[in-house]
Design a protein. Sequence first.
Length: 151
Amino acid sequence: MSMGLEFYSGRGGCLTRILLLSVAVMVAAWLLPGVEVGSLWSVLLTAVVISLLDNLLRPVLVVVTLPVTAVTLGLFLFVINAIIILLASEIVSGFEVRSFGSALLFSLVLTGVNYLLELPNKYMERKELDRRRTDDDTDDEGFTPYEEIKD
């Protein structure tokens, strides 16, 4: 894979994703009245804490609440996201979420903004996958997968 197509999925990708999550935190805090972020360091620390909680605690919460999540057809995952936001608010001193409703809205806006920021990476990954498919279209005998075998 060439360096130009990696964008932020390769080396240094974790740092870039934290920075993108930081931008998403700033945008979501700016849009919502019940969420306040004190400084740039608070934003960065909030992004790191949310990322850690999302990777370490969220899978445990999903497994523990699996019956409730199944009954609500997955909607309980929004509650888990809000809980993670409230925990991050308790951990980071410059990040304040005033209510559960604000945490729920914050998680929805954060997800949307983060999705938009991740689009270039998804586009580049798809482009790389398409390039690999066209390079590997022939098998050992020289037939492409779309050729018809005639008797």
